[in-house]
Write a protein that binds this ligand. Structure first.
Ligand SMILES: *Cc1c(COP(=O)(O)O)cnc(C)c1O
Length: 391
């Protein structure tokens, strides 16, 4: 008989009882150093006092009211994001896929309102990941995610990543915009060249297209700036956010310039939960910490040091690792043996990491990780690699 919980995940035989900072305690009594952070979600680590306090206080007052009414907690978080980013206006939702749905709808709607109803197509990239709803699996384009789910949602054209000529060649009269991850996470920590991002911006300006950036995994400080695109010196038109923004509380957001946001008039889009008082109180506590003086400097500095340590892992274990990738605290080790075997071995050493595409071991610790934590993770990776090497 089938289990009461549906079988759509391949789970490790491991559960956790509690967490503090970068450490999780398993129900088996063992302690684990968490360099997966719930898939780049627990941005402030586990049980961060500011987040626990914000959730506890808000839950005791009011959890949900719906978007029929004013939600001051949502306004406070939107104000904070607008004051610290390119965005003029923010739409809240509950997940990354839903944020990308909002982003896609916003791009199409703005083209429609600007007198271009024929511009509905969005250029996406090979090896992208944008979520698991019907539209976002089409934007993702991975055949394995589309199989058996009927006709894909139309309107997404895929081209090679970091190839501006391919993008230029794919633009047609029906193109509405471009959507990409500045660092592709699920497919193996592949970073967009800054020159590529700048060329995409110029192409969008030239052709009247909107530039959409999926910062669900790379955003909220993970790469050392609030959003990863900032490091290329570009300004997008619309950005999706989720994962780290709630520090573990489900929350997503679409940040946009006024030129797009103005078209989301009453009745055009909506969500029942999206931006409720509890989610936004959690989000405010997280974003407020990330924007506190010195926080992002810490991520940048720690991330750089971590990158050097991972490079050393590659040099020390050339039979196991091929390449260190990534930026800030969004890192990966491309493996020469199956990454799943490496993951099992590091878990055996009490380190949690995540697999990713392209045979990569993904390392995305909470943003409060210190250089000592990174050193500890690399020591454990070294032990695991040594054990694998002598097998
Ligand atoms: C995780 C992820 C998503 C999907 O987010 P969900 O919250 O799982 O819907 C979308 N885009 C990127 C880049 C992601 O990493």
């Amino acid at each position: 008989m089938i289990a009461s919980i549906m079988p759509n995940y391949k789970r490790f035989d491991l559960a956790f009882e509690h967490g503090e900072g970068l450490w999780l305690t398993g129900t088996n009594g063992r302690r684990y150093l968490d360099f997966g952070a719930g898939i780049a979600v627990s941005s402030l680590g586990h049980s961060h006092p500011a987040l626990v306090e914000a959730i506890t206080r808000q839950a005791g007052k009011l959890i949900h009211v719906s978007n029929l009414y004013q939600v001051p907690q949502a306004k406070a978080l939107a104000d904070l994001l607008v004051a610290n980013s390119f965005a003029d206006s923010v739409l809240f939702c509950n997940s990354g896929a839903e944020a990308n749905e909002g982003l896609i709808k916003l791009i199409r709607r703005a083209q429609y309102k600007n007198g271009h109803p024929e511009r509905t197509r969005i250029i996406c990239f090979n090896n992208a990941f944008h979520g698991r709803t019907l539209a976002t699996i089409s934007a993702t384009g991975n055949p394995a995610y589309l199989e058996g789910f009927g006709t894909p949602v139309d309107g997404f054209d895929h081209v090679p990543f970091n190839d501006i000529r391919a993008v230029q060649a794919a633009v047609t009269d029906q193109t509405a915009g471009i959507l990409l991850e500045p660092v592709q996470g699920e497919s193996g920590i592949r970073t967009a060249d800054h020159a590529f991002l700048r060329a995409l911006r110029a192409l969008c300006d030239e052709k009247g297209l909107y530039l959409g950036i999926d910062e669900v995994q790379s955003g909220m400080g993970r790469t050392g700036t609030l959003f990863a695109f900032e490091q290329a010196g570009i300004t997008p038109d619309v950005v999706s956010s989720a994962k780290g923004i709630g520090g573990g509380f489900p929350l997503g957001a679409v940040l946009a310039r006024e030129a797009l946001a103005q078209h989301l008039t009453p009745g055009t889009h909506g969500t029942t939960y999206g931006g409720n008082p509890l989610a936004c109180a959690a989000g405010f506590a997280v974003v407020n910490e990330i924007l506190a003086p010195g926080f992002l400097d810490h991520v940048r500095k720690t991330g750089e040091a971590f990158g050097i340590m991972l490079q050393k892992c590659v040099t020390d274990h050339p039979n196991i690792f091929e390449e260190a990738r990534g930026v800030g605290l969004m890192r990966g080790l491309r493996c020469r043996i199956p990454a799943g075997d490496v993951l099992a071995a590091v878990m055996e050493e009490g380190l949690l990491a995540i697999g990713a595409g392209d045979n990569v071991l993904r390392l995305v610790p909470s943003l409060i990780a210190t250089e000592a934590d990174c050193q500890e993770a690399c020591t454990r990776i070294g032990h695991a690699a040594h054990a694998l090497d002598i097998k």
